[in-house]
Design a protein around this ligand. Structure first.
Ligand code: CA
Ligand code: CA
Length: 541
């Protein structure tokens, strides 16, 4: 393999590969059938071996669990099912010892209705009344869309105790906090401080577009919301340098970019619109939708970074595509209507790709090449399946499959019933899909993922470089350059089932040689079915 230039120093999150993991889903150390921090800690050697850089743990706070833990009833403690605060600190220390960073989810917009703040606020004449958003008029703010359209038709719900309606952008058991109240703004800052003091390297701020509400607006991306996030950022810069805020804002690029501010708001934000277009491009065997959205995406501040992903703990959201494209995606990827959820599809990467290794690797390869820091979803590195018939989005949150035993090696007590069933779909059960088996097989998906992660680590340009479209003479070929002062990599991906040959008008050399890509002459690249490669240009002769 070619010698690469030395790696230059950049902010850690710009070259990091993230790994999203729900604590309950990874490993159960005490045999109660629910994953916990001690179990996750025991599995850190695996994540270090895999070669990811930063873990993102999903909410582990006390919760009635009516929304996968995003309904929090205490912001500053640990649900006893997952362990104790000491367990969290031990986990973070063990991760740091292995060179891994850890960020945590933090829910800012709302609480569970079981949270003591809401229980106090709903009481008549409560001094905490103004911590939440109340009204007598459910016609107020009707411009704001309803997000969970499968279960709700209004953002207001009646509270019989308060005798008023309360505002909720999500479930009716998740009342929105009132960010116009300075006490709420300070309380949330203190929650940020609490978890950064515990040792987390950053926080993923859930549902940030919806913090404030204003008359005559859709209640999304308001100036007041940006102003508050800038306050949070100033506090983090001041008190916790090197720690990050990652914004979850499922919005069009032009509306997400303001969440970076002038490098003074969130360090990172998810790039939602690019994600469904990757799936569309593979189905249509046409690269144009991916190129279009990347070219439409405005530049972001030098210090900021996109987070890119293929799948996560939610449905594959189709909010950021046209109605026509959404229907196409449903027809192609949700043949059973039960696979649909909200405005999206509740399936994992491998089943979406019909368990086809070539297409799974193609999408992971493209993900690792896109501008931004890639975020892998636990289990996708081994091609785990889903159980889409489970409630809500539980089907993509099933126990991690460690070995080929019936209990998948998930729990210290193999006979314990697990928090959700283990995947048993043909071809996806533990006997077919598990970590240990794939670790022993140098040709497994897991081995391939580990190999390409190791290669990407030597290509910081993938995290820091510019994106430059490099048109190919075939619409099925996605090709672009990632380039900075020290490195320049050409990404080529064949989105079609047929082998293609493209002339990229330059002399090239492969970096990966891992997918059968062959340089047939000095300028022409032959890509097999769903082939993918990283190439570097040779100097002129
Ligand atoms: Ca447990
Ligand atoms: Ca709100």
């Amino acid at each position: 393999m070619r010698t690469l230039p030395p790696v230059t120093k950049v902010p850690w999150f710009k070259t990091a590969v993230f790994y999203e993991v729900p604590v309950y889903a990874f490993a159960d150390s005490n045999g109660d059938g629910v994953g916990d921090f001690a179990g996750l800690t025991e599995r850190l050697d695996y994540l270090q071996w895999l070669g990811v850089d930063c873990l993102w743990v999903l909410p582990f706070f006390p919760s009635p669990l009516r929304d996968g833990g995003y309904d929090v009833s205490d912001f500053t403690s640990v649900d006893p099912r997952y362990g104790t605060l000491d367990d969290v600190q031990r986990f973070i220390e063990a991760a740091h010892q292995r060179g891994l960073r850890v960020i945590s989810d933090m829910i800012v917009n709302h609480t569970s209705d079981a949270h003591p703040w809401f229980q106090a606020a709903r009481q008549p004449d409560s001094p905490m009344k103004d911590w939440y958003v109340w009204s007598d008029d459910i016609a107020q703010w009707s411009e704001a869309r309803v997000i969970f359209i499968d279960t709700h038709d209004s953002n207001w719900s009646w509270d019989p105790v308060a005798g008023r309606y309360f505002w909720h952008r999500f479930f009716d058991h998740q009342p929105d906090l009132n960010f116009d109240n300075p006490e709420v703004r300070e309380a949330i800052k203190d929650v940020v401080r609490f978890w950064l003091d515990i040792g987390f390297d950053g926080l993923r701020l859930d549902a940030v577009p919806y913090l404030f509400e204003r008359d005559g607006t859709n209640g999304e991306n308001l100036p007041e919301t940006h102003a508050y996030l800038k306050e949070l950022r100033a506090m983090v810069d001041d008190e916790y340098p090197d720690k990050i805020l990652l914004a979850e804002a499922n919005q069009w690029p032009v509306d997400v970019v303001p969440y970076f501010g002038d490098g003074d708001e969130c360090h990172m934000a998810f790039n939602f619109p690019v994600m469904p277009r990757l799936y569309m491009a593979v189905a249509q065997q046409d690269a144009s939708s991916v190129i279009d959205i990347l070219q439409q995406t405005p530049a972001i501040p030098e210090s900021a970074q996109w987070g890119v992903f293929l799948r996560n703990h939610d449905e594959l959201t189709l909010e950021m595509v046209s109605d026509t494209d959404r229907e196409y995606m449903y027809a192609r990827y949700a043949p059973d209507p039960a696979m649909k959820k909200n405005v999206g599809i509740r399936r994992r990467l491998a089943p979406l790709m019909d368990n086809d290794r070539q297409r799974i690797e193609l999408l992971i390869g493209i993900l690792l090449s896109l501008p931004g820091s890639p975020i892998l979803y636990y289990g996708d590195e081994i091609g785990m399946g889903d159980i889409y018939l489970l409630n809500d989005r539980d089907g993509v949150r099933t126990p991690m499959q460690w070995d080929d035993s019936p209990g998948a090696g998930f729990s210290a007590d193999p006979s314990a019933p697990t928090y959700l069933p283990i995947v048993d779909m043909p071809g996806y059960g533990p006997a077919d899909v598990n970590v240990v088996g794939q670790q022993m097989d140098p040709h497994s998906l897991l081995s391939w993922v580990r190999e390409i992660l190791a290669l990407r680590q030597r290509l910081p340009v993938m995290g820091t470089g510019d994106f430059v479209h490099a048109p190919a003479d075939n619409p099925a070929v996605l090709s672009f350059e990632r380039t900075d002062e020290s490195q320049r990599v050409l990404v080529v991906a064949n989105l079609s089932a047929s082998p293609v040959t493209v002339n990229l008008k330059r002399r090239l050399e492969t970096l990966t040689a891992m997918r059968g890509v062959a340089i047939t002459d000095l300028e022409t690249v032959s890509l097999p079915s769903y082939g993918f490669d990283w190439l570097v240009e040779l100097p002129p002769e």
